[in-house]
Design a protein around this ligand. Structure first.
Ligand code: MSK
Length: 635
């Protein structure tokens, strides 16, 4: 039986073209990789030292211990927490980058940047307990940057990271402190995970997993600070109408795809592109410069500026197969190394920009905040030059794009609710949850994976949850999937939402001036912006005087793939949220670790992992969890 590769209609158009051109895509490589290593899938392969690699026989006939004596439980636990460390490193490095930029702006060193949202800066300062009375904006920015950078420098093990402390309910913080899993310093916690998983170190699976949970909470810290400080520098998202899927690429424009995660570069590229539009027209592009987004850099500029999203993770290569992308500008994370080879099949300049993220065959334009404008001009000029080499006979832009209403940060959600109750904006949401009009809230996050037909699990689950009156939020490539499939529209709400959810969404949307309901799924931003959903949940929990593990709130990563998804899923569990995975986590070679993550976690933390590969059954299970939580609250 051939598995359907993608439910994105653009893929059906472009995959045959890729085949004809002899271009190998992620799905070809997935097929060539079959059968994949069963030991790796179970997590029982250990490559931590050169006596190995060792692998445990899952059937019990062969070796049950590695050469050093580590058993399956130790090996699986070590492997999974190293994944968490890598995920936390990615997000927190992104956050550090933004924090250092804020410090540079405060000190007047970075002319390419400014503080675009002063109100948010003040709100962030207040959240961190920084007194701002009588202080000017640069001084407040400097104090916020300093407090943030302390989360990478603090050496007092008993003092929690500032952002974690400011971002959780009091009860949650105490519960996590009792387990000794609250991070004091992001870098130190990541280093400890690497150190404790060396050959001959921590062998206790429970202790290892607790260390992993601490690492995941360091990841949460990095995400909170990355989101909030990006809002300060680039503006807080508010609802904007845009479009998604490869049809946003324009045949008569210089198309620049911004791809990766960090908005520091893409923001400046967008600004400079506006200034260089005339140059593109002179080069023959009658529609000037068209910026489109891919993955989370795409989500960042989409929710802030309405830049259309061309692709989520699995279709990044297909953007190049259109033959109409003149430059793909990449920063960090989720960039397939294959893009430089595919770009070379066309005229496309694939441009790497970060010193620690290069790809063989790509053009490297080193990006630094100090020289951001100059770097961005060079990147845009490279795209215009590439456009002149474009072969119009090889252009195949699929005629698919969907409208998407995006940009639902916490402020805009609260703002929309405030149009119903200005005194107490959360009250309408709480009332509708309490009376059952909204049964619960689901946060969809995470990637695409070749283990699942692209976007299919997201869409199937969302339609079922919507019909059962669950309010849905989304980030990352999940948000990209919903945008591409038209689920971020008012029409989708009218078509798929259950009656009571539809009535609530219509009341809020109409009152907020949208002339109709809110979109079916609310786009909150990129991967790091999962922290926005937690902020909403914490505000609701605080208002009700309960903890997060009592709310009818669930999370789902139906097509999870990245180590960052492992980190996010783990902090979601640590925060008390039942968290669904729709791809098989590489831990099932250890019954003990599997039990810890799916059952013991429930007693310790209130949250737990729920694995279900069938999206229909997964939606049913999440609905059951929501009802169980409602019962617990007596509603
Ligand atoms: S980009 S981590 S594939 S969501 Fe954030 Fe998408 Fe997953 Fe990358």
């Amino acid at each position: 039986m051939t598995m359907k590769l993608s439910t994105d209609p653009s893929a059906a158009t472009l995959l045959p073209i890729a085949k004809k051109e002899g271009i190998s895509t992620v799905w070809d490589r997935h097929r060539a990789m079959q059968p994949q290593c069963g030991f790796g899938q179970l997590g029982v392969c250990c490559r931590i030292c050169w006596k190995g690699p060792c692998r445990i026989d899952p059937f019990g006939d062969g070796p049950q211990r590695g050469i050093c004596g580590a058993d399956a439980d130790t090996i699986v636990a070590r492997n999974v927490i190293r994944m968490i460390a890598a995920g936390a490193a990615g997000h927190s490095e992104h956050g550090r980058h933004v924090a250092l930029a804020l410090q540079g702006v405060a000190e007047g060193r970075l002319p390419a940047y400014q503080i675009r949202d002063e109100a948010k800066l003040r709100a962030v300062a207040a959240k961190l307990g920084i007194c701002t009375e009588g202080e000017d904006i640069p001084a407040i920015a400097a104090a916020v940057a300093k407090a943030t950078l302390e989360d990478f420098q603090n050496q007092d093990h008993d003092a929690p990271c500032n952002w974690v402390e400011a971002s959780l309910t009091k009860k949650r913080l105490e519960r996590l402190q009792a387990l000794h899993v609250v991070p004091h310093n992001i870098d130190a916690v990541i280093t400890q995970i690497m150190g404790r998983t060396l050959v001959g170190c921590d062998a206790d699976p429970v202790n290892l997993i607790l260390g992993g949970i601490k690492g995941a909470l360091a990841d949460f810290d990095g995400m909170c600070l990355a989101t909030e400080l990006s809002d300060v520098l680039f503006g807080t998202p508010s609802p904007v109408v845009t479009a998604a899927n490869l049809g946003v690429i324009k045949p008569d424009a210089v198309n620049i795809a911004v791809h990766g995660h960090n908005p520091l570069l893409s923001e400046v590229v967008c600004e400079v592109a506006g200034q260089m539009d005339e140059e593109a027209r002179k080069a023959g592009a009658k529609d000037g410069i068209n910026i489109v987004g891919i993955c989370c850099t795409g989500n960042e500029v989409m929710v802030r500026h309405g830049i259309p999203l061309a692709a989520n993770y699995l279709s990044q290569e297909l953007a190049l197969v259109t033959g109409a992308v003149d430059a793909m500008v990449v920063d960090v994370q989720c960039i397939m190394p294959s893009v430089s080879e595919i770009g070379a099949c066309f005229h496309t300049a694939v441009i790497t920009t970060m010193a620690e993220n290069k790809i063989p065959g790509a053009t490297h334009v080193e990006f630094r905040e100090e020289t951001a404008l100059e770097n961005a001009r060079r990147i845009v000029a490279t795209a215009i030059e590439a456009y002149k080499r474009r072969d119009p006979r090889r252009v195949n832009i699929p005629d698919f794009k969907q409208t998407a209403i995006v940009g639902f940060g916490v402020e805009s959600v609260v703002g929309a609710l405030a149009t119903l109750n200005a005194e107490d904006p959360l009250q309408p949401l709480i009332e509708n949850i309490a009376n059952g009009n909204i049964r619960g809230i689901a946060l969809f996050a995470g990637c695409n994976s070749t283990q699942v037909a692209q976007d299919s699990s997201f869409v199937t689950m969302a339609k079922k949850l919507a019909a059962n009156n669950v309010l849905m939020l989304a980030t990352g490539c999940g948000a990209g999937a919903f945008a591409k499939h038209g689920l971020m529209t008012q029409e989708a709400t009218l078509e798929y939402a259950g009656d009571s959810l539809k009535a609530v969404m219509t009341a809020i949307g109409t009152s907020a001036g949208l002339n109709g309901p809110l979109p079916l799924v609310l786009h909150m931003g990129s991967c790091v912006d999962n922290s926005r959903a937690v902020q909403v949940a914490v505000a609701v929990a605080d208002k009700l005087g309960v903890d997060l593990d009592q709310l009818p709130l669930v999370a789902s990563a139906p097509e999870a793939m990245s180590e960052k998804a492992v980190a996010i899923g783990t902090w979601s569990v640590a925060l008390g949220i039942p968290t669904h995975l729709g791809t098989m986590p590489q831990v099932t070679g250890s019954a003990k670790v599997t039990e810890l993550l799916t059952q013991t976690a429930k007693d310790l933390l209130g949250g737990y992992f729920l694995v279900e590969l069938d999206p229909n059954l997964a939606a049913d299970k999440l609905l059951e969890v929501i009802e169980e939580r409602r019962k617990g609250l007596g509603i």
